[in-house]
Design a protein around this ligand. Structure first.
Ligand code: TYM
Length: 344
């Protein structure tokens, strides 16, 4: 009898790279959604440390950023009783699956990836890992049998590629091993940064870190470059990073007030920056900052969450891999275990 999937909860999966401090783009583009979704389905969230090795090649930095990303999630409201949080590398089968997907994936598909070209254009070394990146991401998604992948706009093409790879695999091995996942965008799929383009971890000057020190955030906000229009002059809010960020943190009525002030004249850049700063403090300061500080004092608590999350995630991954071994003709995990334990 076919499996009845109608009552199965939706499985959401997403990852974030520990390649720098998490910023407002990560939060409003993805993390806020991740935390909301923990009440709506089964959630698997991980810190993509394998992916980060394409840019962070310093062991201490990688460990530090991984911890910081996990601590940020917890301080922002991720509840480990509701959602899994784990390190990507604690389920190393994803790297194995990425290889298997690469064997059925044409070069043409990989060569069309925008993010590879963008990263190389921004000066990141064009390593094989950077090129292979979408295959590892596809493995992340498929190994946990994810239904939906909540991300920012920049990851949507990778999810399309994942669907393609899943289809190639099922076709090549004549078995419906993988189901095709769907991307889910937040209300702010592309948050602009302070330097004109998208807010991005690889451009430190573009970011406002979620949990930066108040003095640093003040310096960043008050230092936003504007044109020289006077207070009374009308200004275009749609091109104005102060307003665009304010709209994310303020209530709709407050944002409408700033927008009107800019359009009609009467809203100066200095005052708008102060309003943004005070809202940022309201949203990310206080209780959340305190919670984040506690994580630094008790790193073991964060580690415990990551280990427990990985244990559960790994069980799901192992079930998928069993089907992958069967479909491809690779030895099952039972045989592998016998090989690994022989002679020990
Ligand atoms: P990463 O670490 O670049 O970003 C984490 C999440 O934040 C979103 N994001 C943004 N959203 C809106 N505006 C911005 N300026 C902005 N900057 C970042 C990203 O879209 C992402 O959702 N490849 C992924 C990590 C990953 C992953 C996965 C994601 C690895 N495997 C499997 C989903 C599923 C990445 O580099 O995200």
């Amino acid at each position: 009898m076919p499996e009845d999937n109608s009552k199965k909860p939706i499985r959401y999966l997403s990852g974030v790279q520990p390649s720098g401090r998490l910023h407002l783009g990560n939060y409003f583009g993805a993390i806020r959604n991740h935390i909301r979704l923990q009440d709506q389905g089964e959630c698997f969230y991980f810190i993509a440390n394998y992916h980060s090795l394409t840019t962070v090649q310093d062991a201490e930095q990688l460990k530090k950023f991984t911890f910081m990303a996990a601590a940020d999630y917890l301080a922002l409201g991720l509840d480990p009783a509701k959602a899994l949080l784990f390190r990507q590398s604690d389920v190393p089968e994803v790297a194995e699956l990425a290889w298997l997907l690469s064997t059925v994936t044409g070069m043409g598909l990989m060569e069309r990836a925008h993010s590879y070209k963008d990263k190389v254009a921004r000066g990141i070394a064009p390593s094989l890992g950077l090129f292979f990146y979408p295959a590892l991401m596809a493995a992340d998604i498929l190994i946990y049998r994810s239904d939906k992948v909540p991300v920012g706009q920049d990851q949507i093409q990778h999810i399309e590629m994942c669907r393609d790879m899943a289809g190639y695999f099922n076709h090549a091995f004549q078995k419906e091993v993988f189901k095709l996942p769907e991307g889910v965008l937040s209300e702010a799929p592309k948050v602009m940064g302070l330097t004109g383009g998208k807010m991005s971890k690889s451009d430190e000057a573009s970011v406002i870190p979620i949990f930066g020190e108040p003095a640093e955030i003040k310096k960043k906000v008050m230092g936003i470059v504007t044109d020289s229009k006077g207070v009374a002059e009308p200004k275009d809010p749609d091109q104005n990073i102060i307003y665009l960020l304010y709209r994310l943190v303020a209530a709709p009525g407050e944002a409408a007030g700033m927008e009107k002030g800019f359009r009609q004249g009467g809203m100066g850049y200095g005052d708008a920056k102060k309003m943004l700063l005070s809202k940022l403090e309201e949203v990310f300061g206080g209780e959340r900052r305190e919670k984040r500080k506690k994580m630094d004092e008790k790193p073991d608590l964060v580690e415990d969450v990551l280990v427990a999350g990985a244990q559960r995630a790994r069980r799901t991954a192992a079930r998928t891999m069993e089907q992958v071994y069967e479909a491809t003709g690779l030895p099952s995990s039972k045989i592998k275990k016998a090989v690994w334990t022989a002679g020990t």
